[in-house]
Design a protein around this ligand. Structure first.
Ligand code: 5RP
Length: 218
């Protein structure tokens, strides 16, 4: 089984956690794209809230109506991938640069289903460089503060988020207290948000493995 096969299998399983007429929040990335295909095949969602422009356009291409979060209010389920997820279902996200909108949509949903392949499950978060979205004029200052905290920030070259900001990817972290580090980084002036999803972790982790799909609830 390839990594893509495992992502697709996890995405297919996520559809079993939906109910007819649900409004579904949809993440960004290759696993989320598999989920969009499965959502279109299922065909029973009332609509979707997108976590990025790329996801919105893919949803429309698949015939799924895209709803404005401000007009929807609270909704049931958010389905998204992750770059890393630990056993407390805390995650690092933002490899695709959509972390801020992903965090917003996740915050509004009642249930967060994280769909990953088995390579994403870790004991300790931080081997994957942590993305931090930063207002462009503050990038050097924010990088300085992050360096003083022990991280090694690297500007993601040639990339702007859907919100017009830049991303610093922080290398060299070994995240023991994800809840605290998420708060600490968000408190740096100029940071829009960071890719630790620990204060609002996933509720369900669906893992595609070589031996089938594993469902873990928090
Ligand atoms: C995008 C994300 C993605 O969920 C994360 O990067 C995983 O991507 P993929 O499903 O392609 O492995 O956070 O901002």
């Amino acid at each position: 089984m390839t990594q893509d096969d495992m992502k697709r299998a996890a995405a297919r399983e996520a559809v079993n956690h939906l109910s007819e007429g649900d409004i579904v929040g949809v993440g960004t990335g290759s696993t989320a794209n598999y989920f969009i295909e499965e959502l279109a095949i299922w065909g029973a969602a009332a609509g979707a809230v997108a976590s990025s422009e790329a996801t919105a356009s893919r949803l429309r291409d698949c015939g799924i109506s895209v709803l404005d979060l401000n007009e929807v209010g609270r909704f049931g389920v958010y389905v998204d991938g992750a770059d890393e997820i630990n056993h407390k279902l805390e995650m690092i996200k933002g490899g695709g640069g959509a972390l801020t909108r992903e965090k917003i949509v996740a915050a509004v949903s009642q249930k967060f289903i994280c769909v990953v392949d088995e390579n994403k499950v870790v004991d300790v978060l931080g081997a994957f460089p942590l993305p931090v979205e930063v207002v462009p004029m503050a990038s050097v200052q924010v990088a300085r503060v992050i360096t003083s905290l022990g991280g090694k920030p690297e500007l993601r070259k040639g990339f702007l988020t859907d919100n017009g900001n830049v991303i610093l990817d922080i290398h060299g972290l070994n995240i023991k207290n994800a809840v605290e580090l998420e708060h600490q980084l968000n408190n740096i002036v100029g940071v829009v948000t960071n890719g630790i999803f620990a204060n609002r972790p996933a509720d369900v982790m669906v893992v595609g493995t070589g031996d089938g799909v594993l469902v873990v609830k928090r």
